[in-house]
Design a protein around this ligand. Structure first.
Ligand SMILES: [Zn+2]
Length: 340
């Protein structure tokens, strides 16, 4: 029995190292922007994610948040500060860390064994943004926006006042489709989710959420939402924040129960990882930090997932979604960067 366990682990670690591993949510650069004296490289002991632990954890691409709601009242200026920090870190650590603007750059970074950064805004755009702000953020490298938890794009899942996307939120989704940006419904309320489903012309994601059937939290998705997301060829990233995993006993095995539930419902093509590291500081029930990420793949092997399925779950599913989002934009007259 012990021998079998060892073989499983060895195979899992090898797979984890070889395959593209994507983490679809991290707030680490929010912390680094708030605390400029803290380090991204090589290491920051106060954080769950830094460059050396990303490399130790075999993570190849991370979605880094550079904006959240109104950025504590500082709006767009704060987002520029966060972007500056990512650009500075990638210049200073160019041999190990690079910004990835599209699918090809992600594959290139993986080949060169660099950790890639995929830039995102969480909880809508910075305060008082309009579509020109969205386009300028795209030009600065932002490739995804999660729409929830503000009153100017859509209502969040904790907001009981109801209502779906705002008129501006609808325009944001359409413009993101045109530009080739990934629409994210994390934090959005249920009405907003169904609005995005109707409006978006391409697959969209919920970058960090679990199953509500297993853990009844408003941040998690109901089965009918997961099915609809999968029918749209989208993707849900399972999140490590303990209250979204289990009310009583959150742990890695319970997190994988969420993944099992999603694959039982819709198959392994529509699920990935969205850890939320450093948005969950001080909580280590699932993993101490990102260096423990290979444990996720070990658990997938133990649960009998095939190598094909594991390739999809760790990163292949996201590459597919991004490919579809990019192809739609470039197929439009005036789509993508060419259009402006
Ligand atoms: Zn979040």
């Amino acid at each position: 029995m012990n021998k079998l366990k060892e073989i499983d682990e060895e195979r899992a670690l090898e797979l984890h190292r070889d395959l593209l591993v994507v983490d679809m949510h991290s707030d680490t650069f929010m912390l680094l922007t708030r605390h400029p004296e803290r380090k991204f490289a090589p290491s920051e002991p106060r954080h769950q994610m830094d460059l050396s632990r990303l490399m130790a954890g075999g993570v190849d691409l991370v979605f880094f948040t550079v904006s959240n709601r109104d950025n504590n009242g500082a709006g767009l200026a704060w987002t520029l500060k966060a972007l500056d920090r990512v650009y500075t870190e990638s210049a200073q650590n160019a041999e190990n860390f690079t910004l990835c603007l599209d699918r090809n750059e992600i594959l290139k970074a993986k080949k060169e064994e660099k950790v890639g950064a995929f830039l995102i805004c969480e909880n809508g755009l910075p305060y008082r943004a309009d579509l020109s702000t969205l386009r300028m953020l795209y030009r600065l490298g932002v490739r995804s926006v999660a729409l929830g938890e503000n009153e100017w794009t859509g209502r969040g899942c904790y907001d009981r006042s109801g209502g779906g996307l705002t008129d501006f939120g609808v325009e944001v989704v359409k413009e993101m489709n045109r530009l080739g940006m990934v629409v994210d419904v994390a934090h959005l309320n249920e009405e907003g989710f169904w609005d995005v489903l109707e409006i978006s012309r391409v697959p969209f994601i919920d970058s960090h959420a679990n199953s509500r059937a297993l853990c009844d939290h408003p941040r998690n998705l109901r089965d009918d939402q997961i099915k609809a997301l999968a029918e749209k060829r989208g993707l849900i990233g399972v999140v490590f924040h303990p209250p979204f995993v289990d009310e009583k006993e959150p742990n890695l095995s319970r997190l994988l129960d969420h993944l099992d539930h999603i694959t039982d419902l819709v198959g392994p093509e529509y699920v990935g990882i969205g850890s939320d590291f450093d948005g969950i500081s001080g909580r280590d029930e699932i993993m101490k930090d990102v260096s423990e990420m290979p444990g996720f793949t070990v658990e997938l092997i133990r649960r009998g997932y095939s190598e094909d399925d594991i390739e999809k779950i760790l990163g292949g599913n996201f590459l597919r979604v991004l490919g579809e989002v990019e192809s739609f934009a470039t197929s439009l007259p005036g789509g993508g960067l060419a259009g402006h």
